[in-house]
Ligand binder design. Structure first.
Ligand code: UDP
Length: 390
């Protein structure tokens, strides 16, 4: 176990994929470490349940304000970052390395380094794509990565390549995939899954599961469109698990309108954000992934594999690094309801192939995407980062 004292930093306390990843990493390195959050929320509670020390930064509020009021002039943003950076710097003096888990946290951590002179490790969970992030945003990130960060952990080759393609070539980058705990899926029994299914009042037909926050690029609309193409006699139903975490409420409303338009209310079930994903994954017969843009990593795909579900995932980004097409999961092109509907019918029609692929998926996920594989890699990156820039 590392002897480094780590100050983890994240701007949000909402449970997105990056934060669930941080939860496992911070729990493992909790001895002598602290997590500083720029807001209070479920992540703090989850960390504390795992015995991790957490503090919520007093200066976090003004940073959030800047985000909400996009018309606020740059001065306010700079002031908010400076305030947060000073607060982080005061904390950082007691730690060996600052581990920034989000882009906003990374900027604050780099500015804090000017005061506290602690090395900064950036865990990059996003594909720096100009269609998603502003040029200024990417420019700042890349400049700080090249000139301030000690090291970057990228959650896939795709995120690492995007950083390099944008000019982030001077900082050492380690690709460390997200690791998951296979025991989490194993604790769920078939009886648990069956009683969950009964309690949700779902039909007896094949059940598809789509997990993830509601956001246009996560492609929940593609799943609804695909279901509309599947003959009603198949009795196929779909559960959509997740909520609009980062201000995507209008998309959530559009999804419900789409369900009404296709008269699918009896076959599509919105379950909202759930803390019991493992049992829900075991409950479904097929796990579908529908992202329309390259996924930085795609934890839900690995979770589905660990739960021994046949998985249908869209190609692109981290998803293409996880999936061995036709061996460990079905791979389809993004944005194609027809492809998705065809793959769903394939899986449903050929039970033995689906079973074979689900078993191969689990074996591969255990070999490549479990915490026992990834935590030692993370530990090495932390140790190298704490050693300062090469
Ligand atoms: N998740 C959850 N409850 C939900 C929906 C999703 O806990 O209702 C979890 C899901 O199990 C996964 C994470 O959120 O661990 C999403 O991570 P992923 O990498 O798939 O997507 P991201 O949110 O990072 O884009």
């Amino acid at each position: 176990m590392t002897t480094q004292r780590i100050l983890f930093l994240d701007h949000t306390a909402v449970l997105g994929g990056a934060e669930l990843c941080l939860l496992d990493v911070a729990a493992y390195f909790r001895e002598g470490s602290l997590v500083a959050l720029m807001e209070d929320g479920p992540l703090r509670e989850a960390l504390e349940r795992r015995g991790v020390r957490v503090t919520v930064l007093a200066s976090g509020g003004s940073l959030r304000q800047v985000k909400r009021e996009s018309a606020v002039p740059g001065f306010a943003a700079v002031g908010a970052v400076l305030n947060a950076a000073r607060e982080v710097a005061r904390l950082a003096r007691d730690y060996d390395v600052v581990y920034a888990n989000s882009q906003k946290a990374f900027v604050v951590a780099c500015v804090s380094a000017a005061f506290a002179r602690r090395p900064v490790l950036w865990h990059l969970h996003d594909i720096l794509d100009k269609r998603i992030f502003s040029r200024v945003n990417i420019g700042v990130d890349v400049f700080l990565a090249n000139h301030v960060a000690s090291r970057v952990i990228a959650n896939s080759q795709a995120t690492a390549s995007a950083l390099r393609a944008n000019g982030g070539t001077r900082v050492p980058v380690d690709v460390v995939y997200n690791g998951l705990d296979p025991a989490v899926a194993d604790t769920v029994t078939a009886a648990d899954a069956a009683s969950m299914r009964a309690s949700l009042g779902l039909g007896k037909g094949p059940l598809l599961g789509l997990f993830g926050r509601l956001a246009p690029w996560k492609g929940q609309h593609v799943a609804i469109q695909a279901l509309a193409l599947i003959d009603v006699d198949t009795d196929v139903e779909l559960v959509i698990v997740g909520d609009a975490l980062f201000g995507e409420e209008s998309y959530a409303a559009e999804l419900r309108a789409l369900v009404a338009k296709y008269e699918l209310a009896k076959r599509v079930h919105f379950l909202g954000f759930r803390n019991d994903v493992p049992v829900l994954m075991r409950m479904v017969d097929v796990l579908i992934h529908t992202s329309t843009a390259p996924e930085p990593f795609g934890r839900v795909i690995v979770e589905g594999m660990l739960a021994e579900r046949p998985v249908i995932a869209t190609a692109g980004g981290g998803a293409s690094e996880i999936v061995r097409p036709g061996v460990t999961a079905w791979q389809i092109q993004p944005n194609s309801p027809v492809d998705l509907a065809t793959a769903i019918l394939d899986v449903i029609d050929d039970h033995s192939r689906a079973r074979e692929i689900a078993l191969a998926g689990r074996a591969d996920a255990i070999a490549r995407f479990t915490l026992s594989v990834t935590l030692p890699q993370t530990e090495r990156s932390i140790a190298l980062a704490a050693g300062g820039r090469a």
